[in-house]
Ligand binder design. Sequence first.
Ligand code: ARG
Ligand code: ZN
Length: 424
Amino acid sequence: IEEIDEPEGVVIDASEPILRNADSWERKVDYSGAQVWKVSTERISVLGVITRLRRRNLISTWGGNQSSIDILVKSNAVANVTRVFQRERIPIHVVIEDLQQRINEENPPLDANEIELQDRRGHRMTWKQYHRIEDIHGFMDYLAKTYPKIVSVNSIGKSHEGRDLKVLRISDGKPTNKAVFIDGGTHAREWISPATVTYFINQFAENFDVETDDIKNIDWYFLPVVNPDGYEYTHQTDRLWRKNKKPTRSARGCVGTDINRNFGYRWGGRGSSANPCSEIYRGSSAFSEPESKALSDFIKNSAANFTAYITYHSYGQYLLYPWGYENSVPADHKDLHDLGNRMAEAIKQTRGTSYQVGSSSGLLYPAAGGSDDWAKSQGIKYSYTIELSDTGRYGFILPTSFIEPVARESLNGLRVLASQLAKA
Ligand code: ARG
Ligand code: ZN
């Protein structure tokens, strides 16, 4: 989630003490004293205030929809921004008092029991922790080795820093199957997304024999981490990094393109930025980034009969369908809306979690260059962006205890999609 453009000259950093990092000497970004506020935008003048504060680099935005917005207030700006809000009579709801404290508590190490289990299993993946890319890739390779009849893993390209973009395929090999492409981890800081996608992989691969016919009759393709460079960077240096890590031509040395603004359908439109320093920088041209290029080339060149594409993000609890680039919908929007509603219903049945269903431009804001729009433009009928939990209580810093329940209810949503494909 991220909207509103940023002007030239914005840097998104908190104060940075020097900390020795396990793998690099880069300074670890410290969010001590930074806060997250939920602000109602019912009064339209609020948006102007927020834009001004952002231009002055006192805040950045986390998420939002048409009625409220979550903002990150930098530690050295809390007093100042509080005064501005009081002067403008904008009510303040502090959601996170100290962001660094939340970050420190988010992903505690596994206990001794878990580590022992890990050692015996042949891979290190769990759904009790957010894992590094090495564990995720090790898990995928383990499944391919253990279930060679149904699971295969291929690298579809490399990230800018040279990490593999690993796709895991699960298939019984029947030539009549429809295919579904699922990805996660496009935005580096949205850790619940790769955790959820790997949960699906684990469920289908480990239990394939006893899975439903709906699941078995689909060729599944999973790319759990579209943006491995950014993902590793959020583990090592800046927990709130969003973009990839490819340097830009910016004179100010700004790094990174928003991969979800770089896809080549209506690229360059609203809700994307030409400014390399922006969080929603669209890149120098459509598919200028190795990650979006590899993903789209793979789908285009594949012989698989892709009928659905789902990209998992966080947060907000939305089931979004095209178009994202402008506030309009495709001709078959009723089909997308209806299936979205049924998926949301299955999610809700699990443990009561509510998702809103609608077009992404209608429910959130226009944002051009998204992978969902591109997939739809390629004729993949059921194209969705799913914004996982939560709705802002923890935001991106979702504690590990949420992984299992979020993934489990999401799987129930996915089963409804599978049953729809079985029908049509
Ligand atoms: N939060 C997502 C983003 O900003 C939403 C993307 C929805 N899709 C779209 N094409 N705008 O990237
Ligand atoms: Zn995202």
